[in-house]
Design a protein around this ligand. Sequence first.
Ligand SMILES: C[S@@+](CC[C@H](N)C(=O)[O-])C[C@H]1O[C@@H](n2cnc3c(N)ncnc32)[C@H](O)[C@@H]1O
Length: 181
Amino acid sequence: MIDFLAILDGLTKFFLIFSFILVVILATKEALTGEAPYIPSRFKTVLKMIDIAGDLKDKVVLDLGSGDGRVLFLCAKRGAKKCIGIEKNFFLYLFSNIVAQIFFKNKVKIIHGNMWNYSIKNTDILFVYLLPNTINKVEKKILKEFKKDKIIIISNRFKFPNLSPTEIDEKLHIYKYVVTK
Ligand SMILES: C[S@@+](CC[C@H](N)C(=O)[O-])C[C@H]1O[C@@H](n2cnc3c(N)ncnc32)[C@H](O)[C@@H]1O
C-alpha cells in the first residue's frame, strides 16, 4: 500500500484519499439512489474521454453532475478556455470549489445546483456520467437548448437513446456524439 501511494503524485494522492473518504460518507441509501449517485469516473477513463473529445483549446467545457471536479480539472490542465461543473451535492461542490479556487482560478467554475436549472447553450464540449434515465432527459435538454453550430458530447458508460455515436471506446465504454444544427 505504501509503495503504491509512493508512485502517485501529490494531487492524485489527495484525490484518491479524499474520494475514498467521500464514497464512505456518501454511501448512504439517499446518496446511492436518485438521478445519479456519486461514482467518480476512473482517472484512466477521464483521460481517455478527454482524448476522444479532441482539441480543448478555446473550448467551453461543461460537466453535468461534476462530482469531485476531476473531469474539469484535467480539462483545464489540457488547455480548455473555461470549465464549468454543476453539482447538487453540497460536500462535493465545496471540495471541488476549494480545489478550483486554489489551483484553477478563472478557469474552473463549480456551481452548486440542479443541472436541470442550468442551460447548456454556451457549451462546446459536454461531459456526462449519469444513469440511463437521466441520460434520456439530458438528450432532450441538449436538443432543446444548444445554440452553437456544434456540440460534442462525451458520455461515460451509458449511451444516449436516439443519438448515434461518432466514436466508441468499447473497452472503457465511452461514447462520443457530435450534434450539429
Ligand atoms: C456518476 S457521478 C459523476 C461525477 C463526475 N462527472 C465524474 O465523471 O467523475 C454523478 C454526479 O452527478 C451528481 N448529480 C446527480 N443529479 C444531479 C442534478 N440533478 N444536478 C446536479 N448534479 C447532479 C451527483 O451528485 C454525482 O456527483
